[in-house]
Design a protein around this ligand. Structure first.
Ligand SMILES: [Fe+2]
Length: 355
């Protein structure tokens, strides 16, 4: 396949153009005033009143396989129609290779809301996820724009195999993985970091979760799209291992979210997306901060970091876990400790790159 070379800069410029189209497109919901700006996901569902999904594992095993996909950037209006099909083929291949128990899709699934088409982009994405034969959860990305987020929550929750229950709390919810006897194995706290990152809106919901779950001892992950500031810290302080080719885009979150995040009982790790050419992780005050591997062929970055996914293997009896970034040739990569790569020529996969 001819690779697509898109830098973050021209990628975002394209998005801005689409954003200005959005400003002048007709809104479909009577609940939303014309041209009223609503941050991503920040409405509530009128239909779904629960914010927890309990997922019973279908197979007996000591471990759980969680496949993270992120930044898919579907764009049906793109001139090169084949790009989205290539992304879908990659997703199918990753699922075939990893046979996950569930998939976590961490945002930027489609590109904005040009001509008010966001809802139809969402519908076709949900339809695609429903064909994968695997339960899936979703957290909102800053590009996942709609005219009506109430409808968006409902479309997501009604999707085939969907675990999404974000409609009650503007995109924040929880998935609890349990065994056949109903015993909790792993908890996944899903946060909507919307346009600007992990701010007071999200923290206020999280404080409520902590209050209700003070005695939690089940291993827990937090899942969201935009990294918190400490992703920057772990790289700067040489705690992290992996590859880094762009600034950590923590948006308006400047470090204060961690104090609350660190109070989540049972929390092992945070996993995020957003920055396509960063794939690293590091332990900050006992919490593992992990970037996913960007998946979408239509997103920037394939000239540096091959598109793929990240497979987490979770061991509920000990709370331990492992992960590997995986590409469609079944190459699995976990950086050795202290591997810190910021130059293209040092990449272990240099021979596979296009540019
Ligand atoms: Fe993003």
């Amino acid at each position: 396949m001819k690779s697509i070379e898109i830098t973050r800069r021209n990628f975002l410029l394209g998005s801005l153009t689409l954003g200005s189209v959005l400003m002048f497109s007709k809104r479909s919901s009577s609940a939303v005033k014309k041209n009223e700006f609503i941050p991503v996901g920040m409405q509530v569902s009128q239909q779904f009143r629960e914010d927890v999904f309990r997922l019973k594992l279908k197979r007996k095993s000591d471990s759980i396989r969680l496949l993270q996909l992120t930044d898919l950037h579907f764009n049906p209006l793109r001139r090169e129609k084949k790009v989205d099909e290539d992304t879908k083929n990659l997703v199918r291949k990753l699922i075939e290779l990893t046979e996950p128990d569930l998939v976590a899709i961490t945002g930027d699934v489609w590109n904005e809301n040009p001509f008010g088409k966001g809802l139809s982009f969402l519908e076709s994405s949900v339809e695609f996820f429903g064909t994968l034969g695997v339960p899936w959860l979703y957290t909102w990305g800053n590009h996942d724009m709609l005219s009506d987020y109430s409808k968006g929550h409902d479309i997501l929750a009604r999707g085939n195999n969907s675990l999404y229950r974000g409609g009650l709390n503007r995109g924040n919810y929880e998935v609890v993985i349990e065994n056949e006897e109903g015993k909790d194995l792993w908890r996944l706290i899903c946060i909507n970091t919307s346009n600007y990152g992990f701010l007071e809106e999200q923290l206020s919901w999280l404080r409520g979760w902590i209050e209700k779950n003070k005695s939690n001892t089940t291993p827990t992950f937090m899942i969201f799209h935009i990294p918190i500031f400490q992703y920057h810290t772990i790289w700067e302080e040489k705690i992290a291992s992996g590859v880094k080719f762009e600034k950590v885009c923590y948006e308006k979150e400047e470090g204060s979210a961690f104090e609350t995040i660190n109070k989540v009982p049972g929390l092992k790790a945070c996993i995020c997306g957003h920055d396509h050419v960063n794939d690293y992780s590091g332990l900050y005050k006992g919490i593992d901060l992990i970037y996913g591997r960007a998946t979408g062929r239509g997103g920037y970055g394939s000239d540096l970091v091959p598109k793929g996914g990240k497979l987490y293997t979770l061991f509920p009896s000990t709370g331990e876990y492992d992960w590997a970034s995986i590409t469609d040739d079944n190459e699995r990569w976990h950086p050795p400790k202290n591997m810190r790569i910021e130059k293209k020529e040092e990449l272990p996969w240099l021979h596979k790159l296009s540019g």
